[in-house]
Design a protein around this ligand. Structure first.
Ligand code: S3P
Length: 432
C-alpha cells in the first residue's frame, strides 16, 4: 500500500451491538477462481470487500475472465465462467499483497496452454513459494523464480496427477494442488501433515466436482467439469475474531454476529475463547453450499489464559495475532508454540507482535516458533507500527481498547487488505 495513514484508538468501556461481516476471504478467493473455470455464470453475494480478493479478480480479468461487481446492497459479484481454458495474459498477473491469490491461482495457470508471470508487492515478494513450485513442477509445469520467491514465471502444461505429501500444513498449497489436480490427467492425492481449513474441498464440491477424503488425504480425479453457482459468502470468522476478542476484554460486552462462517476447520477460536471465559451461543445454524453458517451471540466474562500448540496453531493461524495482543489482559497469559509459519506471513508476525506488545509496556518472551506472554499485565497506549500487515493493525487496535491512554497505529490503511470497514464497524460497536 502506498500512502501511509495513522489511526488513534482510545480506550473503551465495552462492545455492544449486532453486525454482519463482509464475506470470508478464504471462501471468496476460491469461489471466484472456480467460478472463472466453471461452465456458465456464477452469482456470489457478500463477496469479500478486501483488497486481497480484489487482487484475485484483477488477475482473473487479465486471464480473460468476464466479471462484474455490484457494490451496492448485497455486494454481488457476477462471473461468466470461461470453462477450464483461460486466455493467455498480455501482462503479468498482479497478486498485490495476496499469498492466497498467487499460491492458489498458480495451480490453475500451471494447467493452461500458455506462459504467465505472477508477481506482487514487496511483502509478497518475500513469501516462500517453493511449497507450490515443487509439487506443480512434479505435475509437469515449468516454473522459475529467484530463490523460490515471487515473481513466478509459469509455463503451463498438460499436468499429470501426483501423490504429494505436503511438508508444511498449508490450506493454500492444498487448494493449489487440488485445483491443478482438477486440470490434470489421472488422479491427484494430497496428504496434509495436519488438518487445515477445507474450503478448497468444500468449494470444489459446491461447483460440482467429486473428491474423496481419507484421514488427512484428499483425492481428486482430473478432467471433471464445474458448473457455476449462486451463493451467499458467509461472514469472515477471522475478521470477526477481532470483535470477539474485544468483547472478551470487557465483562459488560454483548455482541451478535449474523451470517457468520462456522466451518469446524475454522472455528477453533470459538472453543478457545469459550475455554478462556467468553460466553458464546450459536443459533440459526445451517449448511450453505457445504459451509456451516450461523448467528453468534457473545457476552464478555472472566478471561483466563490458554496454550496454543500443534494442530491448534495451524487451525488458529490467522487468529493468533489478536489472541496474542489481548494475552497480557488474561489471568494466566497465553503461550503460542509450533508457530514458525507466523514468521512468513504478511509480516514476521512473531516479531511484529513482540515489538508492539513491548512498546505498550508488556513483558513478552519471543521464541523462534512462538511467544510466551504472561497474564495480569496492564498496557499503556503507545505509538505502534502495523508493519504493513492488516492483522497486526487490527490486533493492536483491540489491545488499545483496554490500554491506559491513546494508541496511535501507523500504516493503518493496510486493514483494507482483508477488512476495509474494520475501523468504522469497531467505532459503531464500542461504547466509551
Ligand atoms: C489461507 C490459509 C492460511 C491463512 C491465509 C488464508 C487459505 O495460509 O493464513 O490467511 O485461504 O487457505 P497458509 O496456507 O499459508 O497456512
Amino acid at each position: 500500500m502506498k500512502s501511509e495513514s495513522e489511526v488513534v484508538v482510545r480506550p473503551a468501556r465495552n462492545l455492544r451491538g449486532s453486525v454482519s461481516l463482509p464475506g470470508d476471504k478464504s471462501i471468496s478467493h476460491r469461489y471466484a477462481m472456480l467460478a472463472a473455470i466453471a461452465d456458465g455464470p456464477s452469482r456470489l453475494k457478500n463477496y469479500s470487500t478486501g483488497a486481497d480478493c480484489a487482487s484475485t479478480l484483477g488477475c482473473l480479468r487479465t486471464l480473460g475472465v468476464k466479471w462484474e461487481r455490484k457494490d451496492g446492497a448485497g455486494n454481488v459479484l457476477e462471473v461468466q465462467g470461461s470453462g477450464v481454458s483461460l486466455a493467455a495474459p498480455s501482462a503479468p498477473l498482479d497478486c498485490g499483497n495476496s499469498g492466497s491469490t498467487i499460491r492458489m491461482l498458480s495451480g490453475i495457470v500451471a494447467g493452461q496452454k500458455f506462459s504467465s508471470e505472477m508477481a506482487g508487492d514487496e511483502s509478497l515478494s518475500r513469501r516462500p513459494m517453493l511449497r507450490v513450485i515443487t509439487p506443480l513442477t512434479a505435475m509437469g509445469a515449468q516454473i522459475t523464480a529467484q530463490d523460490g520467491f515471487p515473481p513466478l514465471h509459469i509455463t503451463g502444461a498438460q499436468l499429470k496427477g501426483i501423490h504429494y505429501q505436503m511438508p508444511v500444513a498449508s490450506a493454500q498449497v492444498k487448494t493449489c494442488l487440488l485445483f491443478a489436480g482438477l486440470l490434470a490427467e489421472g488422479e491427484t492425492r494430497v496428504e496434509e501433515p495436519l488438518r487445515t481449513r477445507d474450503h478448497g474441498e468444500v468449494a470444489l464440491r459446491a461447483f460440482g466436482a467429486q473428491l474423496e477424503r481419507k484421514g488427512n488425504e484428499v483425492r481428486i480425479r482430473g478432467g471433471q467439469r464445474l458448473r457455476g453457482i449462486e451463493a451467499l459468502v458467509p461472514g469472515d470468522l477471522s475478521s470477526a475474531a477481532f470483535f470477539l476478542c474485544a468483547a472478551a476484554l470487557f465483562p459488560g460486552s454483548q455482541l451478535t454476529l449474523t451470517n457468520l462462517l462456522m466451518n469446524p476447520t475454522r472455528a477453533r477460536l470459538l472453543d478457545i475463547l469459550m475455554q478462556m471465559g467468553l460466553r458464546i451461543s450459536v443459533t440459526q445454524l445451517e449448511e450453505v453450499h457445504g459451509e456451516l453458517v450461523g448467528t453468534l451471540q457473545v457476552e464478555g466474562g472472566r478471561l483466563k489464559g490458554a496454550t496454543i500448540a500443534g494442530a491448534d496453531t495451524a487451525a488458529l493461524i490467522d487468529e493468533i495475532p489478536v489472541l496474542a495482543a489481548i494475552a497480557p489482559y488474561t489471568e494466566n497469559g497465553i503461550e503460542v508454540r509450533d508457530a514458525k509459519e507466523l514468521r512468513v506471513k504478511e509480516s514476521d508476525r512473531i516479531a511484529s507482535i513482540a515489538i508492539n506488545l513491548r512498546a505498550m509496556g508488556a513483558q513478552v518472551e519471543e521464541r523462534e516458533d512462538g511467544l510466551k506472554i504472561p497474564g495480569g499485565q496492564s498496557l499503556l497506549g503507545a505509538e505502534l507500527e502495523s508493519f504493513g500487515d492488516h492483522r497486526i493493525a487490527m490486533a493492536f487496535s483491540i489491545a488499545a481498547l483496554r490500554a491506559q491512554g491513546e494508541t496511535l497505529i501507523r500504516g493503518s490503511e493496510c486493514v483494507a487488505i482483508s477488512y476495509p470497514e474494520f475501523f468504522s464497524t469497531l467505532d459503531e460497536l464500542v461504547e466509551r
